[in-house]
Design a protein around this ligand. Sequence first.
Ligand SMILES: Nc1ncnc2c1ncn2[C@@H]1O[C@H](COP(=O)(O)OP(=O)(O)OP(=O)(O)O)[C@@H](O)[C@H]1O
Length: 135
Amino acid sequence: MVEPTPPPPRRLAALVRQRAASFGYAFRGVWAALQTEVHLWFHAAATVLVIGLGLYFGLERWEWAVVALAVGAVWCAELVNTAIEAVVNLVSPDYHPLAGRAKDVAAGAVLVMAIAALAVGLLIFGPRVWDLLSW
Ligand SMILES: Nc1ncnc2c1ncn2[C@@H]1O[C@H](COP(=O)(O)OP(=O)(O)OP(=O)(O)O)[C@@H](O)[C@H]1O
């Protein structure tokens, strides 16, 4: 089997620059969404709260993993929803049933993920908060 030849240094530098720029665009996207979407500030506050509670209760490693996935998935769903809203507004500024359906379905994805994250929160923090409040 022929080994793939590594890219020459100049091309490698360009590749690294390109990847770094892509990260920049992605962070810019998150920042742009934060500036327009109030929901994301709610998610940010909830994320800080969940991390604080996790530290307070000393979650186990696997619990942190589940919580991180749940939090990340909600952020992800909200960002995708924001992107879909932007595209729909671009291509269909006037009323159209399909535009409405696209927005409703995208919002539904956020709702489903938020309910799942709430279930994770209740399962992991619920018993601990209950113990704390019932002594
Ligand atoms: N171009 C459109 N055509 C048909 N229905 C639309 C259109 N734009 C919005 N709608 C309907 O109005 C609802 C709310 O739309 P909007 O763009 O205000 O979303 P939103 O969830 O309130 O946005 P935000 O996250 O900015 O608060 C949509 O879910 C959809 O049912």
